[in-house]
Design a protein around this ligand. Structure first.
Ligand code: AKG
Length: 247
């Protein structure tokens, strides 16, 4: 695993930009060292960038909401400007203002909204283009599809392997909002890894980890004895396009 391009256990990550600056050691975010097919950067996006990405994502998700849900929100004040130190979690409205779906058809996701993106609102949101460049610069290959997934405070994603004919051999996820745990678990359940995903973090799972490990996003209240605040989380999921010769 690549972790801040440094050695596990030696790296200390301090988020000085948070309202309450905090330091997380590698050991504090990982349950144990995970395989080389996982890239994890715990603080890839600054608070300002997180705010810009989150606003753009919420705009796209709102565009596919029912009129009733949008009317319900109309009387509310506009979203706060992205001026540091706005935390990503402060950008969300309370859960009751969103229309979260209870369950996915295949039963994997609970209490969520989602949309598949065709384009980002680059003309509507100042500052979005350079942030998107930093994001898409990290994709291992260039032909990609983007999916936005907004979990309610009690939302979760149960263990699954992404449909192997719907995308290629890597999956990139950006986490915005509440800290959640990513669990990677081998098919026979003999091996598993937990990774705490702070807001602004980015992970890429590839190869064996993409095809032979189930992944899930837990709604746990603690990680390694530390309490988690809970709350909504939005992920930007980017995948490469399916190529038959990869499976
Ligand atoms: O939100 C995430 O980080 C994972 C999303 C996921 O499991 C999926 O889209 O299949």
């Amino acid at each position: 695993m690549r972790f801040l391009r440094s050695k596990i256990g030696k790296t200390v990550h301090c988020d000085q930009r948070a309202r309450a600056p905090r330091c997380l050691s590698a050991a504090a975010i990982l349950s144990k060292e995970v395989p080389s097919e996982l890239t994890f950067i715990p603080d890839y996006f600054s608070l300002h960038e997180q705010c810009v990405l989150l606003k753009a994502s919420l705009t796209k998700l709102d565009a596919v909401e029912s009129r009733q849900a949008l009317r319900h929100r109309k009387s509310l004040p506009p979203l706060p400007p992205c001026i540091s130190p706005t935390k990503a979690a402060d950008i969300f409205l309370p859960d009751r203002y969103y229309h979260f779906y209870e369950g996915h058809l295949d039963g994997v996701i609970r209490n969520y909204r989602e949309t598949h993106l065709t384009a980002w609102p680059e003309h509507e949101l100042q500052g979005l283009t350079p942030v998107l460049k930093r994001l898409y610069d990290l994709t291992p290959t260039r032909d990609v599809q983007t999916h936005l997934l907004h979990l309610a405070s009690d939302g979760e994603i149960r263990p699954h392997v992404d449909n192997v004919t719907a995308s290629g051999n890597w999956i990139l996820g950006v986490s915005l909002g509440a800290d959640r745990i990513l669990r990677l678990e081998s098919m026979d359940e003999s091996d598993n890894y937990d990774v705490l995903l702070p807001s602004g973090s980015l992970y890429i799972q590839e190869g064996n980890l993409r095809y032979n490990y189930k992944h899930s996003i837990l709604n746990a209240r603690e990680f390694r004895g530390e309490k988690l605040a809970g709350g909504q989380r939005l992920s930007i999921m980017i995948r490469d396009l399916f190529r038959p010769n990869l499976v």
